[in-house]
Design a protein around this ligand. Sequence first.
Ligand code: G1P
Length: 292
Amino acid sequence: MQVRKAVIPAAGLGTRFLPITKAVPKELLPIIDRPMLQYVVEEAAEAGVEEIIVVTSRGKESIASYFQPRPELEDRLAGSGASDLLESIQYVSSLAHVSFVIQEEPLGLGHAVLTASDAVGDEPFVVILPDDVVDHRPGVISQMLDVASKFQGGVIAVEQVPWETIHNYGVVDAEERDTRTHFIKQLVEKPAREDAPSNLSIVGRYILPAEIFDCLERTPPGAKGEIQLTDGIQLLLEQHDVYAYEFLGTRYDGGTPMGLLRASLEFGMAREDTGDEIRALIRELANDLSDD
Ligand code: G1P
């Protein structure tokens, strides 16, 4: 199965990262030296996505600048022989065609996805939440496309989480059909622990048919008084099969300062250019702690 378009909701206020998000969009906060957003754009491009539609809000224009070419900077880097850096900035603009739609009001994730309906049109597409950064090759979207082809349905990424954290997530009630793959019977957004049908929590990757837009038009406000994507998918189940897929890879919660710090350390350890220094730093800090 081939999916050409991805929607990346990036309109939130980033309150967990205030005060920095007063001036810098959360999605541009770095894991080492690249914005969180770049990791998910790379994951989409790797899966064959050609067009990225970022749903953003006013005041977050720097997201667009990040994906635009900077000819004067390129000339300077070329002139000073910094070919690695030159390549790194050209690479960002070459990943995919990136366009933007504005969500005028913060009415929820389902509403943000609905805002992109004209840009997506009448074809299946991917939704990627940039806070959920997952380290794996092949990426989660590539893995999910295989499941979508095999089962001919929509696919949502899920992972098992401790029951005491389940109220933070969308949760699926599903029947196992294959290794790591479950047929979804029902979904609930942010249930209380006692109401949660399982501990399979939704992670921010969805492959959806265009019919989701009609469902989102009919979705009333739900958890937190917002139009929830989870509730829209619940309506979609009446006409379309959707599967939950337990992906391969580690998910980092880039939506919180500690999650982003952990991602920076682990991604940094895995990188050739920073791995040794970061391991040495962690050892030094661990020694300092054990001396206390
Ligand atoms: C959103 C979704 C939720 C999902 C979560 C994953 O919630 O609504 O279903 O489990 O992302 O990160 P949020 O984190 O925006 O509250």
